[in-house]
Structures are given as structure tokens and as C-alpha cells.
Design a protein around this ligand. Sequence first.
Ligand SMILES: *Cc1c(COP(=O)(O)O)cnc(C)c1O
Length: 376
Amino acid sequence: MIEPFAKPFYITQPLLPDMDEFNEMLKSIWASKQLSNNGTMVKQLERDLSGYLNADYLSVFSNGTVALQLACKVLRLSGEVITTPFTFAATTHSLLWNNLKPVFCDIEEDTYNINPDLIESLITQDTTAIMPVHVFGNPCNVAKIKQIADKYGLKIIYDAAHAFGVKVDGKPISSFGDISMFSFHATKIYHTIEGGALTFKDPYFKERADSLRNFGIKNTDTVLEPGTNGKLNEIQASVGILLLKQVESEIENRKEITNYYRQFLKDIPGIITVNDIEGVSHNYSYFVIRVDKTEYGYSRDELFDKLLEYNVIARKYFYPLCSNFQCYRDYPSSLKDKLPVANKISDMVLSLPLHGRMQKEDVEKISSIIKAIHEG
Ligand SMILES: *Cc1c(COP(=O)(O)O)cnc(C)c1O
């Protein structure tokens, strides 16, 4: 029997800024006496991120969910929005918070992203937009989605929460769709503890988003519309400025860990891993396997429970599907036989621990545990 890990081996571990550098940042914030409201740090972070993500226009927010909610407002969406059930709750919830009706579209078997071949059949006269997700950082079929959006005059908001720094044929992921949302939550590959960003093609969209994140206030005498409080503060922005210097090496390290996983898991029956996609620069933010019970001998849920006995904390991303949440399951598009692939994949996927400080031995041990469980 393999010894369990002495301490819980969590799904991920956040990047942390260098303490001395962070202290220097804090000193300058203390000296400025400005802690929030579009200060020096937030402005610098927006410049740095626009550069890194190659975005035309970019704004930062207190979190990715608020950013997504405001993206819908900026585009003045109404009626129905076609989206994927295979995502984090925030994607669908952001639509409801805007009184929009999510229409769930099934996913592709290989990328777990929205299946563009099924989008057209879901379009009605109430459809105003498509909200796809680049699931686990794997880019959607952006060309096909654009073609459909152009044909029907629909807007596209990409939930790019997982896709920080990803490129498709050299093009930055932020260059697709009208708006893209990035999440900077501490569990994401790049973060500001809590935080998020929107990237825009149109400078007018940034202007409105900046107003909406600050209550819709235009100036001391004018409030334009009912905005919200979506501001990022100076201390979190300084964390973001410092961590941006670490992202490249984090991606490199995770790539190495990912390749070890692929190598060590390759010959275990019923454990399916996903390869890199040609032409894509991945960010390796998640390592996700599929468990085929008939070949592996145990279901995903059984493997998840057994891994806990070894102190390995995996995650069932994304289970349950949004379409199966109590608040959405009565929608006509939520019917299980309309979403066969999503329902099947959601019962098979398991995210394994991944971060840049992991060692080859950790990957080897987790893989051996998965093998030992199979061999009973
Ligand atoms: C993390 C995440 C969000 C929400 O981001 P927060 O910054 O945590 O609000 C939205 N969509 C997806 C797919 C996510 O993984």
C-alpha cells in the first residue's frame, strides 16, 4: 500500500508575491493615502495587463462575476443568451442577474466547449448573444462561433476565466468576441486574490464598464445609470502587478507537471487524458482526466473518494452541470436528453492537483495511487 500524503494535497496553490517587493508596494500605497477609486496601482495594473494580454481596451474589477454581469449590461443584452451548462455557476448566474434567460447548448466531446454545430438550432427571435466558455483554457471554436454571430447579428461574450494568456495561432484569446472576461480569483493561474477583468474591442464599451463599476457616476454632479460597486482596490492591484512577473514561469512549470502526468497516467486503463491542441499556446491551468468506469473498474465518484483516503484533494470540475442546478433544471433547454454529451462528460471528469511548485515525485505518487486503486 502506498502511504497517504502527510498533509492534504490540494487541487492548487496560489502564486504569492515576493514579500519584500510587496512591502515596497505597500509603502508607496501608504504614502499615497489612496486605497481605492481608480488609483495609481489600478491604472498601472490595467496598463500592464493590456500589454500582457494584448488587449485593445481593458478594465479590472473586484471579481470576475461582477465583470461578467457588467459585460451583459455594457452590451445592453435582453431576452435569451445561448451558453454552456459545462461551466462554473457564475457564468449562468450572471445572465439571471441581468434578467436574461440562459439557453443551454450541448458541448463537444473532445474540448468540453460549447458545440458550435448545435448553436443555430437554439436561436429564436429573442436571442441576443452567445456566452461561450473557454473551458479549462482550451479555446472554443472561435471562427465558427463568430460566423454564426455575424449571420444572426448576435453579440459574443467569452467567459475566459480559465484562459489567461492563451493564444490561438499567435492571436491573443482576448481578440475574439465583443468582450472577454478573465477571473483573477486566488485559485486561478494568475490572480489578485479576488478580481477580474474585461477586455473590449470598442473604447466606448470600456468607458461604460468603468462608469458601471463605479455606481454609474460620471462626475460630481452627474449619475448616468444604476451601476454597482465593482472596483478593485490598490492593495490587490499591487499583488496583481507583482504576480504578472511570475506568470510565464508558472505556465512553464505547469506545462512540465502536465507532461509528467500524461506520461505516468498513459497506460492506466480507463484513465483518459487530453493532449495539447495544435496551434494553441496553452496556459496549463488545469489537469483534467476522464474516468471510464468499465475499463478503470471504479467510477469518477469512487476514484474521488478513494483519493481522499490518500489525502489527495481532487475536484469534480464541472459537476453538477449548471443545467441540473435546482434553479435551472426546469428550463426547456436543461432536459438531459438535449444535453447528452455534457451530462456524460460531467459524470466522468476529475481535476487533479496542479500548480507550479509541484515536484515530479508528487505527480509520480499521485499517478501511482491512481494505478494502485485500479489494480485493487
Ligand atoms: C472562476 C470562474 C468565474 C468567476 O470568477 P470569480 O472571479 O471567482 O468571480 C466565472 N467563470 C468561470 C468558468 C470560472 O472558473
